[in-house]
Structures are given as C-alpha cells and as structure tokens.
Design a protein. Sequence first.
Length: 90
Amino acid sequence: MKILAVCGNGLGSSLILKMNIQSVLKELNLTNVQVDHCDLTSVASENADLIVVTKDLASNFNGSVPLISLASVMSKHELREKLQSFMAIC
C-alpha cells in the first residue's frame, strides 16, 4: 500500500503529514505501507492507494483515489482515527 501526503508546494505541510502518518502507522503496528509526499501538481504522476490532505485542498481531488481530509496538519489524533477507519475497510 502507498499513502501520499499532499500539500500545495510539496514542502512543509506534506513533509509534516508524512512524518505523522509514519508515526501513526508505527503506533498501529501497520507495516508494508510506503509513505511519500508531494505537491498538488505532482499527484497525477504518483500511484497512490490513499491520499492525505488538509481540508483546504480536498476539493482538488476527483475521488478516483480514496482521500483523507484533515482539519489540522498537526492533529495526530484526527489522523489516527481516520487512518484506522480507512484500514478497517481495506
């Protein structure tokens, strides 16, 4: 499985998201998950099973790939809840 953290420029926010995703995956003992980050314009060239973004960017996606939209980049609690829900249906 590949999770892609996305932000507008592919630098700060997406890197923070990537690190938080990796941390939560480790807490949940989920292995064999690749986590990458990129900017909004590069998403089309990536092959992801799940995209994680902030709410302000969610409208840029067409629904072809499952999406987790977060109110806060820094909220590991929100991320953990949404990742657990997604993983439960996979």
